[in-house]
Design a protein around this ligand. Structure first.
Ligand SMILES: [Zn+2]
Length: 422
């Protein structure tokens, strides 16, 4: 395949067209009689991955050359029995993306990152445009010539949608479809205002453009995250006491997956609610660019165990991605910025004091500034540093602070229902 055509394929994955956007819709599917075929396709996709991985490594070890993606495409061509040629290529491209990302990280000094090496048994299958046919809610995904196609029902709201890509993903205890559809573009915000967002434990997010501040409560998010971690620990403990392959273990695993799927849907709802608040605020304030504080560097030092850190942090990364995604669709840029003492730096004297309370208190006796919410000082600090290059003394703080609390309908009722069902 020519290089040009390949680039054209790649562009499908990134919304660059001014008139439309590509969105990914995710939902569980019941494959019925197609399930054995789906499993075989996923196995073959894993074989593609393993082949690419070992050829790429072996060539490097023997000849000290990294075979490029086009060369790999030629190598794998015609070597597989079930998958559509573009589905094979999709695996190759996923491999190269992962490899490239690792190389970049390693060049930046993160040498603990490993190139892909693990043998896979199942892998996500991707169908590109020419392998997808659909009419109404009927969807047909073609494989290699002579191999049966997958036939599925699409959800009602995707009727007549322009589909660019379909992926079959195994998620926990079942198959999911990730369907990339084209949506008409949203009107872009023509703004010239810079703003900053400070994610936090107490508040999900504090926003400011220097004039006004918006503080979004993180209470609900935090309680859901805690509930998730607590229940997950309980499940793990109970599962570890059972024998492999036992009926008891199977039952517990099923209950665990059910719980995880349920709570993640709840989290998703609330993250959507929070990000919608952010979007509305940015649109109203005509924001052009949002500096988004990244607490990961700060927190890494406090937590010893990587696992725990990931557990306590996971909703924050998810929220950032969602906010970034939604704002981008409206032409608002998001820039991730590492926080360096932003919430501890005094807006008056620019000295640093480690904060423990919710209201900012300056430790400098000659200054003693206090009375403003710590997260508002934090957001204002991020904005200050990014606009002026350093913390300024007598920084102007937002005149008005608005507090909002995202609401989630029927959390308690649904939780009860879940308990009685389990
Ligand atoms: Zn001070």
């Amino acid at each position: 395949m020519s290089k040009l055509k390949k680039n054209a394929n790649k562009k499908i994955g990134a919304p660059g067209n001014e008139k439309s956007n590509l969105l990914v819709e995710k939902f569980p599917v019941d494959l019925g009689i197609f399930e054995p075929l789906a499993r075989e396709l996923q196995r073959e996709a894993a074989r593609v991955w393993n082949t690419v991985c070992s050829v790429h490594r072996t060539l490097y070890i023997r000849n000290h050359v990294w075979l490029n993606e086009a060369g790999m495409d030629d190598f794998v061509k015609g070597k597989f029995d079930l998958l559509h040629s573009q589905s094979v290529q999709a695996v190759v491209s996923t491999y190269y993306e992962a490899w490239e990302r690792t190389r970049e990280l390693r060049e930046k000094g993160h040498t603990d990152w490993r190139y892909p090496y693990r043998k896979k048994y199942f892998f996500t299958v991707t169908w590109k445009r020419s392998a997808i046919k659909h009419r109404g809610t009927y969807l047909r995904l073609s494989n290699k010539r002579g191999v049966k196609s997958l036939e599925l029902e699409l959800p009602e709201h995707l009727k007549g949608a322009v589909i660019h890509q379909v992926q079959l993903v195994w998620h926990r205890n079942g198959y999911w479809l990730h369907v990339t559809v084209e949506k008409p573009a949203l009107p872009e915000v023509q703004g010239d205002v810079y703003a900053a967002a400070d994610p936090g434990e107490v508040h999900a997010l504090a926003l400011t453009d220097g004039e006004e501040a918006l503080v979004i409560s993180g209470r609900l998010l935090r309680s859901l995250a805690r509930l998730r971690n607590k229940e997950l620990r309980k499940f793990q403990r109970a599962i570890s006491r059972t024998k492999k392959g036992s009926r008891r273990r199977k039952k517990l695993l099923a209950a665990k997956y059910k719980f995880l799927n349920w709570i993640e849907r709840q989290m998703e709802h609330i993250l959507h609610a929070i990000s919608a608040i952010v979007v509305r605020w940015c649109e109203k304030r005509k924001v052009k660019k949002l500096f988004y504080g990244d607490p990961s560097g700060v927190r890494e030092k406090d937590c010893g165990r990587k696992y725990n850190q990931r557990m306590s942090q996971w909703p924050f990364g998810w929220l950032r991605k969602l906010v970034e995604y939604k704002l981008k669709l409206r032409g608002i840029a998001v820039e991730k910025k590492e926080e360096h003492g932003t919430s501890g730096t005094c807006p008056k004297c620019a000295g640093y004091t480690k904060q423990s309370g919710r209201v900012y208190k300056c430790g400098n006796k000659d200054c003693g500034f206090t009375g403003v919410h710590r997260d508002v000082v934090g957001a204002s600090g991020i904005l200050d540093v990014n606009l002026n290059g350093e913390f300024t003394k007598d920084r102007k703080l937002p005149g008005e602070v608005i507090y909002v609390r995202p609401v989630l309908r029927k959390v308690k009722q649904r939780r009860k229902k879940h308990k009685t069902a389990a």
